[in-house]
Design a protein around this ligand. Structure first.
Ligand code: PLP
Length: 444
């Protein structure tokens, strides 16, 4: 047995030996098409020569300098670029090492923003069911993924919880789309009033729900309504774009497509595209200014914040996305993936919903399409699909608990932005075969 505490303590995964383009290779020479970029990470694929060259240059120049003593050119340039391309009002960047760290920092920045103004009574975050914000204690607390939270629940801060914006399951028969959106916004307003607006710090949500729900986009107008409520009651809007951000949905930030600007945005995954562990919080200028004019410092910090090699990877990723016009490519390939999934799974008896944005798509599996009944959780259909897909040389990101944290299965796809249309055809074909053989093996 391996000495590493792998994700399963009973099984050691295959050894990754290398990767090129959209494929990863194991030590036995088996190739896998990486159709989920791991967990929506590898947006430029594997072994990208420009990113690798940028890493070498930075390591030769300066591999590490502690941020208590120095800044680095590369971190400064990355921050400038992130702010230049960010939604309106974003003026500062806090660089960390991953998604959970970004969410922790955002929660603390939001709290400190009010503490600086003497509003120390503000302690409440509002967040949604079926969301995932990370595995550290603060991020786990705001997350709404029940099976992940349950064992640690006594250690977590209390959070006001509201429904996810999950049209497939949430919109009642006969309810209009606008009516459904209005009901969700009413629920959020009720939660703010229940907690007392003067006690609320902010509302935290994924613009397109990733790991827990499976690429669930918001309904039209939902985030405009969220922004209006946050403004009405003077609370902050934190958009967690760790999974859906950095171009994954066809715009640099997913929330751009909803026409609003958050106060804080967390990003990670696609920021370094897997070449380095890096995350960031993008911060509205008013928050930066209040801290600057108040205590003068964000009361936070880690040893590896602003790491120059991680910053070099993220900067090079940003440059390649711009140089190769990859956001347009995500929109084009996303449209192709949408069409191919519709052709292959549109009439599938056990695919209830196909959804997503850009190259961030998911299938939700159901026992019966008519009543949307999910498969029994004991069947672990999602795990069977993952195994069958790997046997078919395909990496996808299935998850269980889609409906309520316990029931439901979905399969998430997040292929690299460099994927070709022919490769998408291959991915969808292998996925069909994997889904059908998993269904045969465990559920039918
Ligand atoms: C929306 C979202 N937030 C936060 C995280 C946590 O990121 P990390 O796993 O890098 O800590 C994730 C990871 O999947 C995520 O999808």
């Amino acid at each position: 047995m391996s000495r590493i505490l792998h994700r399963s303590l009973r099984q050691t995964p295959p050894l990754a030996a290398g990767g090129e383009g959209i494929c990863l290779r194991d030590n036995r020479g088996r190739n896998y098409i990486d159709a989920s970029g791991g967990a929506a990470v590898s947006s430029l694929g594997h072994g990208h020569p420009d990113i690798i060259a940028a890493l070498h240059r930075q390591i030769d120049r300066c591999a590490y300098a502690h941020t208590a003593f120095f800044t680095t050119e590369v971190a400064e340039e990355l921050a400038e670029r992130l702010v230049a391309n960010a939604p309106a009002g974003i003026d500062g960047v806090y660089l960390v090492s991953g998604g959970s760290e970004a969410v922790e920092a955002a929660l603390k920045l939001a709290r400190q923003y009010f503490v600086e103004a003497g509003e120390t009574q503000r302690t409440v975050f509002i967040a949604r069911r079926q969301s995932y914000h990370g595995n550290t204690l603060g991020a786990l607390a705001v997350g709404g993924n029940e099976w992940r939270r349950q064992p640690f629940a006594p250690l977590l801060i209390d959070v006001e919880r509201v429904s996810a914006c999950y049209e497939y399951r949430g919109r009642a028969p006969g309810q209009s789309l606008d009516g459904y959106t209005a009901a969700l916004l009413d629920e959020l307003e009720t939660a703010i009033l229940r907690a007392g607006p003067e006690n609320v710090i902010g509302f935290c949500a994924e613009p397109v729900v990733g790991a827990t729900g499976g690429a669930i986009p918001p309904t039209p107008g939902y985030f405009r309504g969220v922004r209006a409520l946050c403004d009405k009651y003077g609370i902050l809007f934190i958009a967690d774009e760790v999974m859906c951000g950095m171009g994954r949905t066809g715009t640099m930030y997913a929330i751009e497509q909803d026409g609003v600007a958050p106060d804080l945005i967390t990003v990670a995954k696609g920021l370094g595209a897997g070449y380095q562990p890096i995350g960031a919080v993008l911060v509205n200028g008013a928050i930066v200014e209040r801290l600057r004019g108040g205590s003068g410092a964000f009361l936070h910090g880690h040893t590896y914040i602003g790491h120059p090699v991680a910053a070099a990877a993220a900067l090079a990723v940003q440059q390649v996305i711009e140089r190769d016009d990859l956001l347009s490519q995500v929109r084009r390939r996303g449209a192709a993936l949408w069409r191919l999934l519709g052709e292959e799974f549109g009439d599938h008896p056990h695919v209830g919903d196909i959804r997503g944005r850009g190259l961030f798509m998911a299938l939700e599996l159901v026992r019966e399409r008519a009543d949307k009944e999910p498969f029994a959780p004991e069947l672990k259909l999602h795990a069977a699909i993952k195994d069958k897909a790997m046997q078919n040389g395909l990496l996808v990101y299935p998850m269980g608990g889609t409906v309520d944290g316990l029931r439901g299965d979905h399969v998430l796809l997040a292929p690299p932005f460099i994927v070709t249309e022919a490769e998408l055809v291959e991915i969808v074909g292998r996925l069909r075969d994997s889904v059908d053989s998993a269904l045969k093996a465990v559920a039918l």
